[in-house]
Design a protein around this ligand. Structure first.
Ligand code: FDA
Length: 396
């Protein structure tokens, strides 16, 4: 079997791995990137609906979830959204700001991946795809790692684990990074699918399914945190940015609260309308505020096919509470099949926030989503991939 020797071997040709590779390559390291997938950067390609929401200008440590909330600060401070914008501008990639601070490629996600691959090429990085890693061993005496692959044995002074999270296994996601962490004595915190739609069973599944494709601007509360964004009804439950964000706070069995009319005190308005326009139908008022079909559905669910005059005070209070704070409990989430990210992962207390090196295992580094660092929806996850990749690449 052939042997090849490198300064750095990176497992995972995703966002963090490629960024780390080009950074280390420019610093003069010989760098080999291994990936078992047939293409690099598959999640970059599918991200942002094919337009890659590659950063968020307002990205701050408070946009990240981790059991060690301070961990991400150092890397994020040293490599900011402006740095990444400067990189893609050098390559002439055009971009647009959609929601506040969220930057997307103006053309396609491929434009972002092409920047990384071009830079890797210029930095002399070698990329080997369709390569599975059978084993990883550390030799104390020679202070190096040996990786066995079906075709060759690869030896490296430094090993960077950039295998990402568990979401979308069909795109190459695997738990290999967690296995390596455990092999070298690091703790892996429990993992959960996040930025993921909610599913419902029974009555609510049927109700939302009938409205599949309809959106509404609502406020959703989950775990005490509120988000106001568009909601999307689906054949299995609820999705849309407001649900994906709320899912980062959700635990099985807990309810969410939907405010269908976030700008209106519904019970006060119902009482006021009872005096000012008693003969009007409540459903007509709802149709002024929401799409026809959603308003019709709410009127049916809450038995509002009546005039304002027919409502008692208690009725107004009860319906107001349903419209402003409808509580219901998802039966689950769509899971790893559609989740954008993984909550949890390699315990960051055991990794240096400056270099991303494992504190007790020399030459072993963890970057990107494999770590217990998860960004909120809106470009924060890629910003973490870039920033952690650069912090590590500069330390190799
Ligand atoms: P990433 O998953 O990118 O890369 C890991 C690499 O490791 C893969 O190439 C994989 O094949 C490889 N690998 C895994 N196991 C291996 C093994 N055993 N052997 C060899 N290689 C292995 N974020 C954001 O900021 N803006 C956005 O618009 C979106 N949109 C989005 C859409 C969808 C559908 C998803 C699923 C995710 C997003 N994200 C996102 C999240 C973002 O894609 C994610 O956080 C980053 O890609 C994480 O980068 P990493 O490099 O850590 O992992």
């Amino acid at each position: 079997m052939n042997d090849s020797t490198w300064d750095v071997v990176i497992i995972g040709a995703g966002a963090a791995g490629l960024m780390c590779a080009l950074t280390a390559g420019y610093r003069g390291c010989s760098v080999l990137v291994l990936d078992h997938a047939n293409k690099p950067g598959k999640k970059i390609l599918m991200s942002g609906g094919g337009r890659c929401n590659f950063t968020n200008l307002n990205s701050a440590p408070t946009d990240f979830f981790s059991q060690n909330p301070h961990f991400c600060i150092s890397a994020l401070k040293r490599y900011t959204p402006a740095h990444f914008v400067e990189l893609i501008e050098r390559h002439g990639v055009e971009y647009v700001e959609k929601a506040a601070g969220q930057l997307f490629s103006a053309t396609s996600s491929k434009a972002i991946l092409d920047v990384l691959l071009t830079e890797c090429d210029w930095a002399g990085v070698e990329l080997r795809l369709k390569t599975s890693i059978e084993s990883v061993d550390w030799c104390d005496e020679n202070a190096c790692y040996t990786l066995a692959t079906p075709k060759e044995r690869v030896v490296a002074r430094s090993l960077v684990v950039a295998t990402g999270g568990l979401s979308i296994p069909s795109m190459g996601a695997s738990g290999f990074g967690y296995e390596l962490a455990r092999q070298f004595g690091l703790e892996v915190l429990p993992t959960t699918a996040a930025l993921v739609p909610f599913t419902f069973s029974d009555l609510w599944k049927d109700r939302f399914s009938e409205l599949a494709g309809i959106t509404a601007d609502v406020d959703v509360e989950c775990g005490g945190v509120h988000y106001r964004e568009p909601l999307l009804m689906t054949h299995r439950g609820l999705s849309g940015p407001v649900i994906l964000k709320a899912s980062t706070h959700w635990q099985a069995g807990t309810p969410i609260t939907i405010n269908w009319l976030p700008d209106t005190d519904a019970s006060e308005t119902l009482k006021e309308r009872r005096m000012s326009m008693p003969r009007r139908r409540v459903s007509t008022w709802l149709k002024e505020k929401l799409s026809q079909r959603l308003a019709g559905a709410l009127a049916e669910w809450f038995e509002l096919e009546c005039t304002f005059a027919e409502l008692s005070n208690a009725h107004c209070e009860r319906i107001g509470a349903l419209l402003n704070a409808m509580r219901l409990t998802p039966s689950g989430t769509e899971g790893w099949r559609t989740a954008e990210v993984t909550l949890g992962g390699v315990n960051t207390h055991e990794v240096s926030s400056k270099t991303l090196e494992a504190k007790l295992q020399p030459g072993l580094y963890f970057i990107g989503e494999v770590l217990d660092v998860t960004g909120q929806l809106g470009g924060h996850n890629f910003q973490w991939a870039w920033a952690s990749g650069v912090a590590c690449g500069n330390a190799l």
